[in-house]
Design a protein around this ligand. Structure first.
Ligand SMILES: [Zn+2]
Length: 186
């Protein structure tokens, strides 16, 4: 979803900008968010798989002052991913809002603020709203997702986790059992 600079009201940074509503392409989001899994080397733990459901709703408000564009955006998505403890499939909402000040990219533009997420650049007198929200969405996906107490399949009660935790406790006991026979020096 691209918006031409000339279609954005030149009202300054105000709430009188123009509203746009659109959806992100679920297929391309799913491909992209799972790419890091495929590229991870065998030494590292890959992130869990994510499946985003359609639609990924977006709302954007744009205003500008000359060539400086004020971008306000919101995104509402839903994804499923396995619990990191019990691997039960979980469904989670992903909601975020963001603001960004955008400047035209040119030979004179300085990019020292490129690491600051509240600043960005646009090309060819067009604001690529979908791409801005997609970039942020990638940052908003949590790396670790697990059951919460309110989930129906609360994994803290699952047999797999109980076994794992029992085993962990035993191992600790064995390792420190020798301490029981030690007497502190007096
Ligand atoms: Zn779980």
């Amino acid at each position: 979803m691209k918006v031409r600079l000339m279609d954005i009201p030149n009202t300054g940074e105000s709430f009188e900008g123009r509203d746009f509503n659109f959806e992100l392409d679920v297929e391309s989001i799913n491909t992209r968010v799972n790419l890091t899994r495929e590229n991870v080397d065998s030494q590292s733990v890959p992130p869990p798989p994510y499946v985003f459901a359609s639609p990924i709703d977006c709302a954007v408000n744009l205003s500008r002052e000359g060539s400086t564009v004020f971008f306000k955006g919101e995104c509402k998505a839903k994804y499923s991913t396995p619990c990191s403890r019990c691997s039960e499939d979980l469904e989670r909402p992903l909601l975020f809002s963001m603001e960004q000040v955008l400047k035209p990219e040119g030979r004179d533009s300085r990019r020292e603020k490129v690491d600051d997420v509240s600043f960005g650049y646009y090309e060819d007198k067009e604001i690529d709203c979908a791409s801005i929200l997609e970039e942020r969405l990638m940052l908003e996906v949590p790396y670790v997702v697990h059951c919460e107490p309110e989930d129906p399949g609360d994994c803290l009660n699952s047999d797999v986790v109980k076994k794992y935790m029992d085993k962990g406790e035993k191992e600790v006991d064995e390792r420190f059992a020798v301490l029981k026979n030690l007497k502190l020096l007096q």
